[in-house]
Write a protein that binds this ligand. Structure first.
Ligand code: ZN
Length: 259
């Protein structure tokens, strides 16, 4: 089973009546509903206002894929939570960052850039083009599909060059945008996926649902590797001892004391 946590800041859906009409149980539960049709997934949700932002160390340890939706309250996510997620990504946990999560602390931390972009809220048509039909995340899609109403995101998108661009978007107003980007950080796969503005019913779209489902199976942690297995400061076996019989040459300078 693949253990998935859908994290949502869950503020627009509570504060704004129009958003609440579209996502009465919150965006996280809308995503949970369509993912529940996949019996290979074990799905939980977490929200900002829960203790430890809903993401304790133990919860994250058992998580294979974390899905992230945030917009208004990126700054309210604690540094401790960001540290824990980053560590789990380096260990191998998959991370799917949706829409305005481009400005989340965790995405900016993992990218190392400001992740700024152009944007416009006009409810315009978005056409998503599939860049690599052979990629598992694009499985089952036509060459392109449209979303009748979306927020526009435009270039330049100030992220590092991705390992692969899986989708590009064209907007009615004329702009284009790299909409589906894959990155690897440590052992973890990261998928950034652009659509999903809270004022439109994007997460009810069958193609969007298919892409998020496919992405989970692509980015999921493939083993149970934990940080201590990768980089323990006190390894059980002395890994720095040479495996061949060699004689020490040259000289050593002082190192900072390793703790
Ligand atoms: Zn938005």
């Amino acid at each position: 089973m693949t253990s998935v946590i859908i994290w949502n800041e869950n503020i627009h859906e509570i504060e704004n009546q129009e958003v609440k009409k579209i996502y009465p149980k919150g965006i996280h539960n809308c995503i949970k509903d369509f993912l529940s049709k996949d019996n290979r997934l074990e799905i939980q949700t977490a929200t900002l206002e829960q203790s430890e932002n809903g993401l304790s160390k133990d919860r994250l340890r058992n998580c294979n894929v974390l899905i992230w939706w945030g917009h208004k309250a990126h700054e309210k996510v604690s540094e401790k939570t960001v540290d824990l997620i980053q560590q789990r990504v380096l260990e191998g946990m998959g991370l799917i960052v949706l829409h305005s999560g481009h400005h989340s602390k965790i995405f900016k931390r993992l990218m190392g850039t400001n992740c700024n972009l152009m944007w416009r809220e006009y409810g315009e048509r978005e056409r998503l083009w599939v860049c690599n039909p052979a990629h598992p995340i694009c499985e089952g899609l036509e060459p392109y599909f449209d979303l009748e109403m979306e927020e526009m995101y435009g270039e330049p998108f100030q992220v590092p060059s991705p390992d692969e661009t899986l989708f590009t978007s064209w907007f009615e107003g004329g702009e284009t945008f790299r909409s589906g980007l894959l990155y690897k950080r440590g052992n973890g796969q990261i998928f950034y996926f652009r659509p999903g503005h809270e004022a439109y019913p994007t997460y009810y779209n069958k193609n969007i649902q298919k892409i998020i489902t496919n992405a989970i199976h692509f980015v999921k942690a493939k083993n149970k590797m934990l940080w201590e297995d990768i980089h323990s400061p006190t390894p059980k076996s002395n890994r720095s001892k040479p495996i061949e019989n060699i004689r020490k040459k040259g000289f050593s300078v002082d190192h900072p004391t390793k703790k």
